[in-house]
Ligand binder design. Structure first.
Ligand SMILES: C[S@@+](CC[C@H](N)C(=O)[O-])C[C@H]1O[C@@H](n2cnc3c(N)ncnc32)[C@H](O)[C@@H]1O
Length: 282
C-alpha cells in the first residue's frame, strides 16, 4: 500500500474538516465523553501497557490512555491530520510516555509485535482498504494483544446525524446516496461486514456489540442545533449548495424543534447507537 491510498481522506482531514474538529475540540470531547468512558471500560487498560491510538485526532483518548498506562507504559498516537495532531501535541505537552505522529495507520511501518493494545475512538472507518489497514495494524500487536474500538452503527439509528441531514435535505434537496461501506463515519455500521474485515486481516475472537449511549449536546436545543448543522452530513449538504443565511436559519430552526424532546434538566442528551468492537491477535 502506498501513502496515496488514502489521499482523499488525507486532503479531507487536513482542510476544513480537520480545522473544524480542532476549533471545536472541547465541545466534541464533551459530546463524546460518555462514549470514551464506555470504550475505556471495555479496553481495560493496565498500567505498563503499550498502546497505539489509531486516528488519535486532537488527542482525548491518547492523553487519557497515557495517564492510564502510567510512567512504565507508552502510547503512540497516529493521525493523518496536521491541524488535529498539532492541537493534540499542544495538549500533551510534557508527557514522556506519549508520542504523537503524522502517519497513515494503513501503511505505517509499525515496530512488529511491540504493542499490547490498539485502541480507537471513531478513527478507523476511513481506510481505502480496511483489510490491508487492519492487517498492517495487526503486525504491531504482540500475540494475544487486543484491538478495541468504537464506531458508529447505522446512520438511520443515529438522530445526531439524521435530524440535521433530513432538515438540510428538505430545504436543499436530497444529496446523492452515500455508498454504505465507503470510507466515512458509518462505513462500519454493518456488524457482519466489520467482523469479516477483521477476520480477513488475521484477527481472532472478533466481537461487535451494538449499544446505546448518549451524546452530550449543548445546554439548549438552539445551541445544539446550531452546532449540529455545522458538522456531519448536514454540513456536507450545505457545502454543496452554499445556501443563503435565511435558508441556514430555517434548517437550524427545524433541527432545534427536533432536539427539544432530547432536552433534560442537565442539557441536551441525544441517544446514539454505536458498535463497540474487540478482537485479539491470535
Ligand atoms: C472522527 S475523527 C476522530 C478523532 C479522535 N479519535 C476523537 O475521537 O476525537 C477521525 C480521525 O481519524 C483520522 N484518520 C482518518 N484516516 C486515517 C488513517 N488512514 N490513519 C490515521 N488516522 C486517520 C482523521 O484524521 C481524524 O483525526
Amino acid at each position: 500500500m502506498t501513502v496515496e491510498a488514502n489521499s482523499g481522506q488525507i486532503e479531507y482531514w487536513n482542510s476544513a474538516a480537520g480545522e473544524k474538529w480542532a476549533v471545536n475540540q472541547e465541545r466534541l470531547d464533551r459530546q463524546l465523553s460518555l462514549v470514551a468512558d464506555r470504550l475505556f471500560e471495555r479496553s481495560a487498560i493496565q498500567p505498563g501497557e503499550r498502546i497505539i491510538d489509531i486516528g488519535c485526532g486532537t488527542g482525548a483518548s491518547a492523553l487519557r490512555a497515557a495517564q492510564a498506562v502510567g510512567p512504565n507504559g507508552h502510547v503512540f498516537g497516529v493521525d493523518i491530520s496536521q491541524p488535529m495532531l498539532d492541537l493534540a501535541k499542544s495538549r500533551a505537552g510534557g508527557m514522556d510516555n506519549l508520542r504523537l505522529e503524522i502517519a497513515d495507520a494503513q501503511n505505517h511501518d509499525f515496530v512488529p509485535g511491540a504493542r499490547d493494545l490498539l485502541q480507537s475512538r471513531f478513527g478507523v472507518m476511513f481506510f481505502a482498504d480496511p483489510i490491508a489497514a487492519f492487517a498492517n495494524l495487526l503486525t504491531a500487536l504482540r500475540p494475544g494483544g487486543r484491538l478495541s474500538f468504537v464506531c458508529w452503527a447505522a446512520m438511520a439509528d443515529n438522530p445526531w446525524f439524521m435530524i440535521p441531514r433530513n432538515a438540510a435535505a428538505r430545504h436543499l434537496g436530497e444529496p446523492e446516496p452515500w455508498p454504505p461501506r465507503a470510507p466515512g463515519p458509518t462505513a462500519f455500521a454493518e456488524t457482519d461486514y466489520v467482523t469479516g474485515i477483521l477476520k480477513s486481516a488475521g484477527f481472532g475472537d472478533v466481537r461487535v456489540d451494538t449499544e446505546a449511549c448518549d451524546l452530550i449536546g449543548g445546554d439548549s436545543a438552539a445551541n445544539t442545533a446550531a452546532f449540529a448543522v455545522n458538522v456531519g452530513p448536514a454540513a456536507r449538504i450545505l457545502k454543496l449548495h452554499s445556501p443563503s443565511p435565511e435558508t441556514i436559519a430555517a434548517i437550524t430552526a427545524d433541527v432545534e424543534a427536533e432536539m427539544v424532546p432530547y432536552l433534560r434538566t442537565e442539557g441536551v442528551r441525544v441517544p446514539a447507537k454505536l458498535n463497540f468492537v474487540s478482537a485479539e491477535r491470535p
